[in-house]
Design a protein around this ligand. Structure first.
Ligand SMILES: Nc1ncnc2c1ncn2[C@@H]1O[C@H](COP(=O)(O)OP(=O)(O)OP(=O)(O)O)[C@@H](O)[C@H]1O
Ligand SMILES: [Mg+2]
Length: 230
């Protein structure tokens, strides 16, 4: 039932990659739908290759006119719904955010990604006013180096991590061959061959940490909301 949208109006910030990694990790436990709402349809192209797990349904969105119905249908069917959005602010992005239980803002540790993430945060606050409900969101640092960070990367990640107004995932999605290879090879990280791709155990540990943190956040959000009602 929870709906999780990946949004950042900066192209190449890591939305599609992180969305598909989370969808795979969730689908290993529960049926999951990913709505491909990027007009270039990268997830649909991935799903056309062999290796998509049966528990992962891919819905291809073609218009802002149908997105609300697609989200509603998927949420009624599956325990988890993920939405991959395009890299520009749009009405479709607002519609998706308005239906989300959690918005994840992937960003590289670069100034333009950070500024675009802040724009999306402002958009989320406008959507909260329009819908008169709280929409939890969290920044996800992506494509980060697993080893030593550059000075700029350290500075940008510290700006988010030290900001008490903005929730930021403890887990970062590291830059890894396996995460890029997934789109050319198809299939899941779990089923990749160690002969073809390096660093698979670390890649798997990274996405499992991400999945666990998403689940913990959803649980905390639900507890806060039930607490409010009680
Ligand atoms: N963690 C990662 N490790 C390795 N490569 C990555 C990672 N994240 C993203 N990439 C690569 O960076 C590029 C952009 O990533 P991605 O498509 O996920 O970004 P996006 O935010 O969805 O972009 P767009 O706004 O164009 O939809 C892709 O070529 C992808 O393979
Ligand atoms: Mg994308």
């Amino acid at each position: 039932m929870p709906v999780i949208a990946f949004a950042n109006s900066k192209g190449g910030s890591g939305k599609t990659t992180s969305a598909l990694l989370l969808a795979q990790a969730l689908a290993a436990h529960r049926p999951t739908t990913i709505i491909d709402a990027d007009p270039r349809h990268p997830i649909t192209t991935w799903a056309d290759k062999p290796g998509r797990p049966d528990a992962l349904t891919v819905v291809t969105n073609n218009s802002e006119k149908t997105i609300l119905d697609e989200i509603e249908e998927a949420a009624a069917r599956d325990p988890f719904v993920i939405i991959d959005l395009e890299g520009t602010a749009s009405r479709l992005m607002s519609y998706a955010i308005s239906q989300s239980d959690l918005v994840i803002l992937p960003m590289k540790e670069q100034q333009q990604d950070a500024l675009a993430a802040l724009d999306v945060i402002q958009e989320i606050h406008r959507d909260m006013k329009a819908t008169r409900r709280n929409i939890p969101y969290s920044v996800l640092l992506t494509q980060s180096r697993a080893a030593v960070k550059s000075r700029t990367a350290r500075h940008i990640s510290a700006q988010f991590r030290e900001n008490e107004q903005i929730d930021t995932f403890h887990t970062e999605i590291h830059e890894r061959d396996a995460f890029a290879a997934m789109f050319s090879m198809g299939g899941t990280i779990e089923n990749m061959s160690t002969k073809l791709v390096n660093g698979l155990p670390n890649a798997l540990a990274n996405i499992e940490a991400f999945r666990a943190e998403v689940i913990a956040k959803l649980r905390a959000i639900r507890e806060t909301e039930t607490g409010k009602v009680a």
